[in-house]
Write a protein that binds this ligand. Structure first.
Ligand code: HEM
Length: 437
Protein backbone atom coordinates (compact mmCIF):
# COMPACT_ATOMS: atom_id res chain seq x y z
CA UNK A 1 0.00 0.00 0.00
CA UNK A 2 1.28 3.55 -0.59
CA UNK A 3 2.61 5.17 2.60
CA UNK A 4 -0.13 7.79 2.68
CA UNK A 5 -2.85 5.13 2.46
CA UNK A 6 -1.21 3.25 5.35
CA UNK A 7 -1.07 6.50 7.34
CA UNK A 8 -4.74 7.22 6.66
CA UNK A 9 -5.68 3.66 7.72
CA UNK A 10 -3.63 4.00 10.93
CA UNK A 11 -5.35 7.27 11.79
CA UNK A 12 -8.91 6.27 10.90
CA UNK A 13 -9.10 2.56 11.84
CA UNK A 14 -5.93 1.74 13.82
CA UNK A 15 -7.22 -1.45 15.48
CA UNK A 16 -8.66 -2.86 12.25
CA UNK A 17 -5.61 -1.94 10.16
CA UNK A 18 -3.03 -3.35 12.60
CA UNK A 19 -5.16 -6.48 13.13
CA UNK A 20 -5.20 -7.07 9.35
CA UNK A 21 -1.43 -6.52 9.14
CA UNK A 22 -0.85 -9.10 11.86
CA UNK A 23 -3.15 -11.67 10.24
CA UNK A 24 -1.34 -11.22 6.94
CA UNK A 25 2.30 -10.80 8.01
CA UNK A 26 2.56 -12.31 11.51
CA UNK A 27 3.87 -10.80 14.73
CA UNK A 28 6.58 -8.60 13.16
CA UNK A 29 5.72 -6.26 10.29
CA UNK A 30 6.58 -2.83 8.91
CA UNK A 31 4.18 0.09 8.53
CA UNK A 32 4.83 3.44 6.87
CA UNK A 33 3.46 6.38 8.83
CA UNK A 34 3.90 9.88 7.38
CA UNK A 35 5.74 12.06 8.21
CA UNK A 36 7.83 9.71 10.35
CA UNK A 37 8.59 6.93 7.86
CA UNK A 38 8.94 3.17 8.33
CA UNK A 39 8.30 1.54 11.71
CA UNK A 40 8.59 -2.10 12.72
CA UNK A 41 5.60 -3.27 14.75
CA UNK A 42 5.97 -6.06 17.32
CA UNK A 43 2.95 -8.08 18.45
CA UNK A 44 4.72 -10.95 20.22
CA UNK A 45 4.89 -10.66 24.05
CA UNK A 46 8.39 -12.21 24.12
CA UNK A 47 9.77 -9.67 21.63
CA UNK A 48 7.99 -6.80 23.37
CA UNK A 49 9.58 -7.92 26.63
CA UNK A 50 12.98 -8.00 24.93
CA UNK A 51 12.56 -4.36 23.90
CA UNK A 52 11.04 -3.13 27.17
CA UNK A 53 13.69 -4.75 29.33
CA UNK A 54 16.60 -4.45 26.88
CA UNK A 55 19.85 -2.50 27.31
CA UNK A 56 19.00 1.17 27.88
CA UNK A 57 21.91 2.12 25.58
CA UNK A 58 20.45 0.04 22.74
CA UNK A 59 16.80 1.18 22.90
CA UNK A 60 16.23 4.94 22.98
CA UNK A 61 12.87 6.71 23.18
CA UNK A 62 14.01 8.37 20.03
CA UNK A 63 14.09 11.50 17.99
CA UNK A 64 10.46 11.45 16.88
CA UNK A 65 9.12 11.72 20.41
CA UNK A 66 11.64 14.44 21.23
CA UNK A 67 10.82 16.42 18.10
CA UNK A 68 7.10 16.35 18.83
CA UNK A 69 7.13 16.92 22.55
CA UNK A 70 10.23 18.88 23.51
CA UNK A 71 8.71 22.33 22.68
CA UNK A 72 6.09 21.57 25.30
CA UNK A 73 7.87 19.36 27.82
CA UNK A 74 11.37 20.84 27.72
CA UNK A 75 14.70 19.06 27.47
CA UNK A 76 14.67 17.61 31.01
CA UNK A 77 11.43 15.64 30.66
CA UNK A 78 11.46 12.04 31.91
CA UNK A 79 9.52 11.04 28.79
CA UNK A 80 12.32 12.30 26.55
CA UNK A 81 15.52 11.49 28.45
CA UNK A 82 17.59 8.37 27.79
CA UNK A 83 20.23 6.28 29.53
CA UNK A 84 21.79 7.52 32.79
CA UNK A 85 20.03 10.92 32.80
CA UNK A 86 16.70 9.13 32.50
CA UNK A 87 17.58 6.72 35.33
CA UNK A 88 18.70 9.58 37.62
CA UNK A 89 15.55 11.58 37.14
CA UNK A 90 13.29 8.53 37.39
CA UNK A 91 14.90 7.58 40.71
CA UNK A 92 14.18 11.04 42.07
CA UNK A 93 10.56 10.89 40.91
CA UNK A 94 9.67 7.35 42.01
CA UNK A 95 9.04 8.04 45.73
CA UNK A 96 6.17 10.40 44.87
CA UNK A 97 4.40 7.57 43.01
CA UNK A 98 4.87 4.67 45.41
CA UNK A 99 3.95 3.29 48.82
CA UNK A 100 2.99 5.74 51.51
CA UNK A 101 2.74 8.68 49.08
CA UNK A 102 0.06 6.95 47.00
CA UNK A 103 -2.15 6.29 50.02
CA UNK A 104 -2.56 10.02 50.57
CA UNK A 105 -4.08 10.90 47.20
CA UNK A 106 -7.48 9.07 46.84
CA UNK A 107 -9.35 11.12 49.42
CA UNK A 108 -8.62 14.40 47.64
CA UNK A 109 -9.37 12.78 44.27
CA UNK A 110 -12.80 11.66 45.54
CA UNK A 111 -13.47 15.20 46.81
CA UNK A 112 -12.58 16.65 43.40
CA UNK A 113 -14.85 14.13 41.64
CA UNK A 114 -17.73 14.90 44.04
CA UNK A 115 -17.41 18.63 43.25
CA UNK A 116 -17.37 17.98 39.50
CA UNK A 117 -20.30 15.51 39.26
CA UNK A 118 -22.59 17.94 41.05
CA UNK A 119 -22.39 20.20 37.98
CA UNK A 120 -23.37 17.49 35.45
CA UNK A 121 -26.70 17.82 33.60
CA UNK A 122 -29.10 14.88 33.66
CA UNK A 123 -31.63 13.47 31.18
CA UNK A 124 -29.76 14.76 28.12
CA UNK A 125 -26.78 13.38 26.20
CA UNK A 126 -23.52 14.16 27.98
CA UNK A 127 -20.06 13.43 26.57
CA UNK A 128 -18.14 12.06 29.54
CA UNK A 129 -14.59 12.44 28.23
CA UNK A 130 -14.45 16.26 28.57
CA UNK A 131 -16.05 15.93 32.03
CA UNK A 132 -13.39 13.38 33.00
CA UNK A 133 -10.73 15.75 31.67
CA UNK A 134 -12.05 18.44 34.01
CA UNK A 135 -11.59 16.00 36.92
CA UNK A 136 -8.13 14.82 35.88
CA UNK A 137 -6.91 18.39 35.24
CA UNK A 138 -8.07 19.38 38.71
CA UNK A 139 -6.28 16.31 40.11
CA UNK A 140 -3.06 17.40 38.39
CA UNK A 141 -3.44 20.95 39.76
CA UNK A 142 -4.24 19.97 43.34
CA UNK A 143 -2.67 16.55 43.87
CA UNK A 144 0.37 16.77 41.55
CA UNK A 145 1.23 20.51 41.37
CA UNK A 146 -0.37 20.96 44.84
CA UNK A 147 -1.52 24.49 44.04
CA UNK A 148 -3.11 25.73 47.25
CA UNK A 149 -4.11 29.26 46.19
CA UNK A 150 -7.47 29.34 44.42
CA UNK A 151 -6.60 32.31 42.18
CA UNK A 152 -3.37 30.65 40.93
CA UNK A 153 -5.36 27.47 40.31
CA UNK A 154 -7.97 29.40 38.31
CA UNK A 155 -5.28 31.04 36.18
CA UNK A 156 -3.40 27.76 35.64
CA UNK A 157 -6.61 25.95 34.69
CA UNK A 158 -7.25 28.47 31.89
CA UNK A 159 -3.65 28.73 30.65
CA UNK A 160 -2.95 24.98 30.71
CA UNK A 161 -6.31 24.28 29.06
CA UNK A 162 -5.38 26.71 26.25
CA UNK A 163 -1.92 25.22 25.94
CA UNK A 164 -3.32 21.71 25.52
CA UNK A 165 -5.93 22.90 23.00
CA UNK A 166 -3.53 25.01 20.94
CA UNK A 167 -0.47 22.86 21.24
CA UNK A 168 -1.16 19.49 19.77
CA UNK A 169 -1.84 20.18 16.09
CA UNK A 170 0.93 22.78 16.04
CA UNK A 171 3.46 20.41 17.54
CA UNK A 172 2.56 17.90 14.85
CA UNK A 173 3.01 20.55 12.14
CA UNK A 174 6.33 21.68 13.58
CA UNK A 175 7.52 18.06 13.51
CA UNK A 176 6.24 17.46 10.01
CA UNK A 177 8.12 20.48 8.66
CA UNK A 178 10.97 20.07 11.16
CA UNK A 179 11.46 23.76 11.69
CA UNK A 180 10.52 26.66 13.93
CA UNK A 181 7.17 28.11 12.87
CA UNK A 182 7.85 31.60 14.31
CA UNK A 183 6.21 33.24 11.27
CA UNK A 184 2.94 31.34 11.81
CA UNK A 185 0.53 33.34 14.08
CA UNK A 186 -0.97 30.26 15.84
CA UNK A 187 2.58 29.11 16.71
CA UNK A 188 3.37 32.54 18.17
CA UNK A 189 0.15 32.31 20.21
CA UNK A 190 1.23 28.87 21.44
CA UNK A 191 4.67 30.10 22.55
CA UNK A 192 3.08 33.05 24.33
CA UNK A 193 0.63 30.73 26.17
CA UNK A 194 3.57 28.47 27.09
CA UNK A 195 5.38 31.51 28.54
CA UNK A 196 2.34 32.37 30.68
CA UNK A 197 2.11 28.75 31.88
CA UNK A 198 5.83 28.72 32.72
CA UNK A 199 5.54 31.90 34.79
CA UNK A 200 2.74 30.35 36.87
CA UNK A 201 4.59 27.05 37.23
CA UNK A 202 7.84 28.74 38.30
CA UNK A 203 5.84 30.79 40.81
CA UNK A 204 4.33 27.56 42.19
CA UNK A 205 7.81 25.99 42.47
CA UNK A 206 9.20 29.06 44.29
CA UNK A 207 6.34 29.01 46.81
CA UNK A 208 6.74 25.28 47.42
CA UNK A 209 10.49 25.53 47.93
CA UNK A 210 9.72 28.08 50.65
CA UNK A 211 7.26 25.65 52.30
CA UNK A 212 7.77 22.08 51.02
CA UNK A 213 5.85 20.27 53.79
CA UNK A 214 2.83 19.29 51.61
CA UNK A 215 1.55 15.86 50.57
CA UNK A 216 1.42 16.73 46.88
CA UNK A 217 3.73 15.29 44.22
CA UNK A 218 5.69 18.56 43.77
CA UNK A 219 6.43 18.77 47.52
CA UNK A 220 7.57 15.13 47.51
CA UNK A 221 9.77 15.77 44.46
CA UNK A 222 11.41 18.69 46.23
CA UNK A 223 11.85 16.64 49.42
CA UNK A 224 13.19 13.51 47.67
CA UNK A 225 15.53 15.36 45.34
CA UNK A 226 17.46 16.76 48.33
CA UNK A 227 19.89 19.65 48.12
CA UNK A 228 23.14 20.54 46.40
CA UNK A 229 24.29 19.35 42.97
CA UNK A 230 21.99 16.31 42.97
CA UNK A 231 18.81 18.27 43.57
CA UNK A 232 16.35 18.87 40.75
CA UNK A 233 16.71 22.45 39.49
CA UNK A 234 13.71 24.74 38.95
CA UNK A 235 13.94 24.07 35.20
CA UNK A 236 13.98 20.30 35.76
CA UNK A 237 10.99 20.56 38.11
CA UNK A 238 9.13 22.68 35.54
CA UNK A 239 9.75 20.11 32.80
CA UNK A 240 8.67 17.23 35.05
CA UNK A 241 5.47 19.00 36.10
CA UNK A 242 4.62 19.65 32.45
CA UNK A 243 5.43 15.98 31.72
CA UNK A 244 3.11 14.76 34.46
CA UNK A 245 0.39 17.02 33.10
CA UNK A 246 0.77 15.79 29.52
CA UNK A 247 1.32 12.13 30.44
CA UNK A 248 -1.28 11.91 33.18
CA UNK A 249 -4.19 14.14 32.28
CA UNK A 250 -5.71 13.04 28.96
CA UNK A 251 -4.66 9.41 29.36
CA UNK A 252 -6.51 8.89 32.65
CA UNK A 253 -9.54 10.90 31.51
CA UNK A 254 -9.75 8.76 28.37
CA UNK A 255 -9.40 5.51 30.31
CA UNK A 256 -12.27 6.65 32.58
CA UNK A 257 -14.37 7.57 29.54
CA UNK A 258 -13.78 4.11 28.02
CA UNK A 259 -14.72 2.44 31.32
CA UNK A 260 -18.16 4.07 31.17
CA UNK A 261 -18.49 3.50 27.43
CA UNK A 262 -17.92 -0.25 28.03
CA UNK A 263 -19.98 -0.46 31.24
CA UNK A 264 -23.03 1.20 29.67
CA UNK A 265 -22.93 -1.38 26.81
CA UNK A 266 -22.89 -4.20 29.39
CA UNK A 267 -25.68 -3.55 31.90
CA UNK A 268 -25.12 -6.87 33.75
CA UNK A 269 -21.49 -5.98 34.36
CA UNK A 270 -22.51 -2.49 35.48
CA UNK A 271 -25.06 -4.03 37.88
CA UNK A 272 -22.49 -6.46 39.28
CA UNK A 273 -20.05 -3.58 39.77
CA UNK A 274 -22.69 -1.58 41.65
CA UNK A 275 -23.59 -4.41 43.96
CA UNK A 276 -19.94 -5.27 44.66
CA UNK A 277 -19.26 -1.62 45.56
CA UNK A 278 -22.34 -1.54 47.79
CA UNK A 279 -20.98 -4.63 49.54
CA UNK A 280 -17.71 -2.75 50.11
CA UNK A 281 -15.67 -5.00 47.78
CA UNK A 282 -12.91 -3.62 45.57
CA UNK A 283 -11.92 -6.71 43.52
CA UNK A 284 -14.55 -6.38 40.81
CA UNK A 285 -13.82 -2.66 40.36
CA UNK A 286 -10.15 -3.53 39.96
CA UNK A 287 -11.08 -6.16 37.34
CA UNK A 288 -13.29 -3.66 35.46
CA UNK A 289 -10.39 -1.17 35.32
CA UNK A 290 -7.93 -3.83 34.12
CA UNK A 291 -10.34 -5.15 31.48
CA UNK A 292 -11.06 -1.61 30.20
CA UNK A 293 -7.35 -0.93 29.82
CA UNK A 294 -6.91 -4.29 28.06
CA UNK A 295 -9.70 -4.11 25.52
CA UNK A 296 -9.53 -0.33 24.94
CA UNK A 297 -5.86 0.59 25.50
CA UNK A 298 -5.47 4.37 25.64
CA UNK A 299 -1.91 4.22 24.27
CA UNK A 300 -1.78 1.71 21.40
CA UNK A 301 1.97 1.38 21.04
CA UNK A 302 5.24 2.78 22.36
CA UNK A 303 8.28 3.40 20.21
CA UNK A 304 12.04 2.99 20.54
CA UNK A 305 14.89 3.77 18.15
CA UNK A 306 17.56 1.07 18.11
CA UNK A 307 21.04 2.57 18.34
CA UNK A 308 22.95 -0.50 17.01
CA UNK A 309 21.99 -3.62 15.01
CA UNK A 310 19.78 -5.86 17.12
CA UNK A 311 18.43 -9.41 16.79
CA UNK A 312 14.68 -9.60 17.37
CA UNK A 313 13.28 -13.08 16.80
CA UNK A 314 14.21 -14.09 13.24
CA UNK A 315 15.07 -10.55 12.23
CA UNK A 316 18.17 -8.37 12.44
CA UNK A 317 17.17 -4.73 12.63
CA UNK A 318 19.77 -2.17 11.55
CA UNK A 319 20.73 0.79 13.74
CA UNK A 320 18.22 3.62 13.39
CA UNK A 321 15.17 1.32 13.04
CA UNK A 322 12.08 2.56 14.86
CA UNK A 323 10.46 -0.31 16.76
CA UNK A 324 6.86 -0.08 17.97
CA UNK A 325 5.79 -2.42 20.77
CA UNK A 326 2.10 -2.88 20.03
CA UNK A 327 0.15 -2.78 23.27
CA UNK A 328 -3.12 -3.12 21.34
CA UNK A 329 -2.13 -6.24 19.38
CA UNK A 330 -0.59 -8.00 22.39
CA UNK A 331 -3.69 -7.33 24.49
CA UNK A 332 -6.10 -8.51 21.81
CA UNK A 333 -4.29 -11.70 20.81
CA UNK A 334 -6.57 -14.73 20.94
CA UNK A 335 -3.75 -17.07 22.03
CA UNK A 336 -3.37 -15.06 25.26
CA UNK A 337 -6.98 -13.89 25.70
CA UNK A 338 -9.90 -16.19 24.76
CA UNK A 339 -12.61 -14.22 22.94
CA UNK A 340 -10.25 -11.23 23.03
CA UNK A 341 -12.68 -8.50 21.94
CA UNK A 342 -15.29 -9.35 24.59
CA UNK A 343 -15.47 -7.05 27.63
CA UNK A 344 -15.28 -9.57 30.45
CA UNK A 345 -13.78 -8.30 33.74
CA UNK A 346 -14.22 -11.79 35.26
CA UNK A 347 -11.08 -12.95 33.44
CA UNK A 348 -9.05 -10.89 35.92
CA UNK A 349 -10.85 -12.46 38.91
CA UNK A 350 -10.15 -16.02 37.86
CA UNK A 351 -6.51 -15.79 36.88
CA UNK A 352 -3.51 -13.52 36.42
CA UNK A 353 -2.36 -12.26 33.03
CA UNK A 354 0.65 -14.11 31.62
CA UNK A 355 3.84 -11.96 31.55
CA UNK A 356 3.81 -9.16 28.98
CA UNK A 357 0.26 -9.93 27.76
CA UNK A 358 -1.31 -7.05 29.77
CA UNK A 359 0.85 -3.98 29.19
CA UNK A 360 -1.33 -0.81 29.09
CA UNK A 361 1.43 1.02 30.99
CA UNK A 362 4.38 -0.39 29.04
CA UNK A 363 7.12 -2.24 30.92
CA UNK A 364 10.72 -2.32 32.10
CA UNK A 365 12.65 0.76 33.24
CA UNK A 366 10.34 3.09 31.33
CA UNK A 367 7.06 1.61 32.60
CA UNK A 368 4.54 4.36 33.31
CA UNK A 369 5.59 5.99 36.56
CA UNK A 370 1.96 7.01 37.15
CA UNK A 371 0.42 3.52 36.62
CA UNK A 372 -0.70 3.04 40.24
CA UNK A 373 -1.68 6.70 40.47
CA UNK A 374 -3.88 6.30 37.38
CA UNK A 375 -5.59 3.10 38.51
CA UNK A 376 -6.18 4.61 41.95
CA UNK A 377 -7.63 7.70 40.34
CA UNK A 378 -9.97 5.54 38.26
CA UNK A 379 -10.92 3.52 41.34
CA UNK A 380 -11.74 6.75 43.19
CA UNK A 381 -13.75 8.41 40.40
CA UNK A 382 -15.89 5.49 39.10
CA UNK A 383 -17.73 4.87 42.42
CA UNK A 384 -18.46 8.59 42.84
CA UNK A 385 -20.17 8.68 39.42
CA UNK A 386 -22.11 5.47 40.13
CA UNK A 387 -23.14 6.79 43.50
CA UNK A 388 -24.76 9.86 41.95
CA UNK A 389 -26.25 8.55 38.72
CA UNK A 390 -27.81 5.76 36.75
CA UNK A 391 -26.25 5.71 33.31
CA UNK A 392 -27.38 4.49 29.89
CA UNK A 393 -25.63 5.02 26.54
CA UNK A 394 -27.25 7.63 24.29
CA UNK A 395 -27.09 5.05 21.46
CA UNK A 396 -26.87 1.28 21.80
CA UNK A 397 -23.97 0.71 19.39
CA UNK A 398 -20.40 0.82 20.75
CA UNK A 399 -18.34 3.94 20.12
CA UNK A 400 -15.56 3.68 17.59
CA UNK A 401 -11.96 4.24 18.66
CA UNK A 402 -10.37 7.38 17.21
CA UNK A 403 -6.80 8.70 17.30
CA UNK A 404 -6.32 11.93 19.24
CA UNK A 405 -2.69 12.95 19.73
CA UNK A 406 -1.06 9.75 20.93
CA UNK A 407 -4.20 8.36 22.54
CA UNK A 408 -7.19 6.34 21.38
CA UNK A 409 -10.41 8.03 22.45
CA UNK A 410 -14.10 7.08 22.09
CA UNK A 411 -15.10 8.83 18.85
CA UNK A 412 -18.24 10.43 20.34
CA UNK A 413 -16.66 11.29 23.68
CA UNK A 414 -18.35 8.42 25.63
CA UNK A 415 -21.82 9.91 25.43
CA UNK A 416 -24.32 8.83 28.05
CA UNK A 417 -27.63 9.91 29.54
CA UNK A 418 -27.59 10.29 33.29
CA UNK A 419 -30.46 10.19 35.71
CA UNK A 420 -30.03 11.02 39.37
CA UNK A 421 -30.00 8.18 41.85
CA UNK A 422 -32.49 9.09 44.52
CA UNK A 423 -32.68 7.53 47.94
CA UNK A 424 -35.99 5.84 46.98
CA UNK A 425 -34.46 4.32 43.86
CA UNK A 426 -31.45 3.08 45.78
CA UNK A 427 -33.79 1.31 48.19
CA UNK A 428 -35.73 -0.20 45.31
CA UNK A 429 -32.58 -1.29 43.47
CA UNK A 430 -31.94 -4.66 45.17
CA UNK A 431 -35.47 -5.86 44.31
CA UNK A 432 -35.11 -4.74 40.71
CA UNK A 433 -31.80 -6.49 40.41
CA UNK A 434 -33.09 -9.64 42.06
CA UNK A 435 -36.00 -10.10 39.66
CA UNK A 436 -34.24 -11.48 36.53
CA UNK A 437 -32.46 -14.19 38.55
C1 HEM B 1 -4.60 5.30 32.19
C2 HEM B 1 -3.69 6.23 32.26
C3 HEM B 1 -2.29 6.10 31.73
C4 HEM B 1 -1.81 5.31 30.70
C5 HEM B 1 -2.58 4.35 29.81
C6 HEM B 1 -0.38 5.58 30.61
C7 HEM B 1 0.47 4.93 29.72
C8 HEM B 1 1.85 5.08 29.71
C9 HEM B 1 2.75 4.30 28.91
C10 HEM B 1 2.34 3.19 27.93
C11 HEM B 1 4.02 4.71 29.19
C12 HEM B 1 5.30 4.10 28.68
C13 HEM B 1 5.97 4.89 27.60
C14 HEM B 1 7.22 4.18 27.08
O1 HEM B 1 7.44 2.99 27.27
O2 HEM B 1 8.00 4.87 26.44
C15 HEM B 1 3.91 5.80 30.15
C16 HEM B 1 4.97 6.51 30.66
C17 HEM B 1 4.85 7.54 31.57
N1 HEM B 1 3.70 7.94 32.22
FE1 HEM B 1 1.86 7.15 31.96
N2 HEM B 1 -0.03 6.50 31.55
C18 HEM B 1 -1.16 6.84 32.27
C19 HEM B 1 -1.25 7.71 33.34
C20 HEM B 1 -0.18 8.42 33.86
C21 HEM B 1 -0.26 9.30 34.99
C22 HEM B 1 -1.51 9.54 35.85
C23 HEM B 1 0.98 9.87 35.14
C24 HEM B 1 1.46 10.85 36.17
C25 HEM B 1 0.71 11.61 36.93
C26 HEM B 1 1.84 9.32 34.11
C27 HEM B 1 3.16 9.65 33.92
C28 HEM B 1 4.01 8.98 33.06
C29 HEM B 1 5.44 9.30 32.93
C30 HEM B 1 6.18 10.40 33.66
C31 HEM B 1 5.96 8.38 32.00
C32 HEM B 1 7.41 8.28 31.54
C33 HEM B 1 8.13 7.19 32.34
C34 HEM B 1 9.57 7.01 31.96
O3 HEM B 1 9.92 7.23 30.79
O4 HEM B 1 10.37 6.64 32.84
N3 HEM B 1 1.09 8.45 33.35
N4 HEM B 1 2.57 5.98 30.47
Amino acid sequence: MPGLVQTAAMLSRPHGFLGRCRRRYGNVFTVHIAPYGRMVFLADPALVKQVFTGDIHLFHVGGVRGRILSPLLGEHSLLLLDEERHMRERKLMLPAFHGEALRRYPELIREIAEEEVRTWPTREPLALRPRMQAITLEVILRVVFGVREEDTRDRLRVVLGNLLDEGTLLLFLATAFDRDLWWFPPWRRFTSTRRQADELIFETIRRRRADPAGDDVLSLLIQSSGEGDDALSDEELRDELMTLLIAGHETTATALAWAFERLTRHPQILARLRSSLEAGEADYLDAVIKETLRVRPVVMEVGRDVTAPVELGEHTLPAGTRVMSSIALVQRASDSWPDPLAFRPERFLDSQAAPYTWIPFGGGPRRCIGASFATQEMAAVIPVVLDHFDLVPDRPEPERSMTRNVTQVPARGARVILSPRTRARELAAPEREAAPA
